[in-house]
Design a binder for this molecule. Structure first.
Ligand code: MG
Length: 501
């Protein structure tokens, strides 16, 4: 990277310390999820909170702050410097505007809330979690006030996870998704294929073979195993531990062999993004992906646009059959394609298919906005949740554990995170549309020629790291602002075909 002046150079140099600490913290967390013995919980928590404190000290450092203020006023910065200053300013907002007491109170409140959430979920009793949730909402309202917003406190929080994204835009996007997806779901449920049962997932699929297959797939799509590794954890994730070290995790269950394939594609998509960022950006404010939503678009692209496509299943069918010749004896590419794309409206978000997934998020988006604007009361939450589940998905949770208590996010204090999952789906469809204008994507997938697809992503998206804001990037790559239409179009065509509508 080139610098036009000493202020931005100093700012980036100081940022490098934050970046190093972030990677150390990520390594501690990776180890906690993958290797750590149970008895180390407390000592690891102490180590983690110490690193967190060091990171917050770096953000609050006086010279760092004054360099940022100076850099903001400089006129003749180059494109990369301007992006560095913008990214630092964006991340620093939370530390610089929210009073320390509130940050401390938040961290205490969320530790307690997490314990209460776990107990509430176990005992299936929302009232145990309710007072903690109330406190978290109050604190989030305060945080929003300090960060600043025009007329909706939700905007201040959404912007933390997806820079520039607002509640108004969310209403429009989720509005179209609800309008288009709920009737599609009704049609699918009427189809004769909807009720057809398959015994595919009753059989047993050797776990070490599943692991080998997932490694085969990762290598095929371009994941560099000399710059990463795949391990096992309860909740799969991708973590960036530094240049040349992008790790992913997977989970393997004896019956559901589809899941570990899809997890490999999903986490592999996140990892390909990180592995493809310009190395010059390592340790600078331009490292890593643009935002959670754009990051999720890269994982959803490989998981759904590629992994659940007819062409991919056709490509992978002989490989899968070689791994599980007995279990898949009766199957062919068509039946496997159907199995990989089975629509099954259920209570649980993480198990949701492509058609229903965004409806789960739409419900959470509406609830978060209602809670932050005091339009929904915490006490009425289970009722609001169940009514909307029925309305959007046609199912009603049996209890709060499979309803309002299912996700951990609110106990962590995260409000505004959920929408990025849907943004990922929408961006991925719009990127795929743009890619399709330049490449014969279907043929490339069918031939297993994933390198050309990855090169397109590297050139258009990955190499830029976080040089652009989400809105700039989608416009630059697709020529258009984000719209739900690309995704809706993709979904309707695909599922009309699968369910013969
Ligand atoms: Mg993801």
């Amino acid at each position: 990277m080139k610098y036009t002046n000493s202020t931005t150079e100093a700012l980036v140099k100081q940022y490098r310390e934050i970046s190093l600490l972030n990677k150390v913290s990520a390594l501690l967390s990776w180890d906690m999820e993958v290797n750590m013995p149970k008895k180390a919980t407390e000592s690891r928590a102490a180590q983690n909170s110490y690193i967190t404190k060091l990171i917050s000290d770096r953000w609050l450092d006086k010279t760092f702050k004054s360099n940022l203020e100076k850099a903001k006023k400089l006129k003749k910065l180059n494109k990369e410097e301007r992006a560095c200053v913008r990214n630092v300013e964006h991340s620093a907002k939370y530390y610089h505007r929210v009073p320390q007491e509130i940050i401390v109170e938040q961290s205490e409140a969320t530790s307690k809330a997490f314990m209460a959430w776990r107990e509430a979920r176990e005992k299936n009793k929302f009232s145990i979690f309710a007072p903690h949730l109330k406190k978290i909402i109050k604190l989030n309202q305060l945080v929003a006030k300090h960060i600043g917003f025009y007329d909706n406190p939700y905007d201040a929080l959404l912007d933390i996870y997806e820079p520039g994204f607002t509640a108004d835009e969310g209403q429009e996007l989720f509005g179209s998704l609800i309008n288009e997806t709920t009737p599609l779901l009704v049609e699918i449920k009427k189809s004769k294929f909807f009720k057809q049962k398959s015994n595919l997932l009753d059989k047993e699929y050797d776990i070490s073979l599943q692991k080998q297959l997932s490694e085969f797939i990762l290598a095929k799509i371009g994941y560099d195993f000399s710059a990463g590794r795949q391990d096992i954890s309860t909740h799969p994730f991708t973590t960036e531990l530094g240049t040349g070290d992008t790790r992913i995790t997977n989970r393997f269950s004896p019956h559901n062999f589809i899941e570990s394939i899809m997890v490999a594609m999903h986490e592999g998509g996140h990892a390909l993004y990180e592995q493809g960022v310009n190395e010059e950006y390592a340790g600078t404010p331009l490292e890593g992906g643009v935002s959670l939503g754009i990051h999720e678009s890269q994982s959803r692209f490989w998981e759904n646009q590629v992994g659940r496509s007819h062409e991919f299943i056709k490509y992978l069918e002989p490989v899968m059959s070689a791994f599980y010749p007995i279990q898949l004896k009766e199957e062919n590419a068509e039946s496997l394609y159907r199995a990989f794309n089975r629509v099954n409206p259920s209570m649980i978000r993480v198990e949701a298919d492509e058609v229903t997934y965004n409806l789960h998020i739409a419900l959470r988006f509406e609830i978060e906005e209602g809670l932050l604007n005091n339009e929904i009361k915490v006490e009425e939450l289970p009722k609001v949740w169940n009514t909307r589940m029925k309305k959007y998905l046609g199912v009603t949770p049996k209890n709060d554990s499979e309803g309002v208590l299912q996700d951990v996010h609110w106990s962590y204090g995260s409000f505004g995170y959920f929408p990025t999952y849907t943004l990922g789906n929408l961006y991925s469809a719009q990127f795929a549309w743009a890619m399709g204008k330049e490449l014969d994507t279907k043929k490339l997938i069918k031939d297993g020629n994933f390198g050309s697809i990855l090169s397109w992503q590297r050139e258009n998206i990955h190499k830029h790291g976080s040089l652009y804001r989400p809105k700039e990037l989608i416009k630059k790559v697709t020529g258009k602002s984000l719209s739900a239409n690309y995704f809706i179009d993709y979904l309707s065509k695909k599922y009309a075909n699968i369910y013969n509508l």
